[in-house]
Design a protein around this ligand. Structure first.
Ligand SMILES: [Zn+2]
Length: 133
């Protein structure tokens, strides 16, 4: 299980992992955070810090995870230029909305879509899935 899968699995049980500087904070309802959860988080600490470094504080992981999953399939086989990665490609753009997901906000992209783009590109580059030009 990679770091993003672990975050999603924990979130489904109302357990959250957040980043505070170079530390991870695991929180959840009393009795729900197990020693196994802590061991899993510790084993993936470096990757979790990288993943959570893409996510602005206060942004819900669930909102980022589905967007990143939608964007993953839009990555090209070449290195550059990257296409515009969007969470809902089927949705037509409307003014006053996030260009990626369509949520009504007064900014080009919402915080969850920004995090999803950063995370998607970082993971793609780390995996070496792009070929050199
Ligand atoms: Zn968005």
């Amino acid at each position: 299980m990679n770091a993003t899968d672990l975050l999603t699995a924990l979130r489904r049980r109302d357990v959250t992992v957040s980043r505070e500087a170079d530390n991870l904070v695991v929180e959840g309802p009393e009795g729900l955070v197990t020693e196994s959860d802590i061991a899993d988080v510790r084993a993936r600490k470096a990757d979790l810090l990288r993943v959570l470094g893409c996510v602005a504080p206060g942004t819900d992981w669930d909102d980022v995870a589905w967007r990143a999953e939608a964007m993953k399939g839009q990555l090209p086989t070449y290195r550059r230029p990257l296409p515009l990665l969007v969470a809902r490609p089927e949705r037509p753009y409307t003014g006053g909305a996030c260009v990626s997901c369509g949520d009504l906000i007064q900014a080009p992209r919402c915080a969850a879509c920004i995090a999803a783009v950063n995370l998607t590109i970082r993971r793609w580059e780390q995996a070496g899935e792009a070929t050199a030009p």
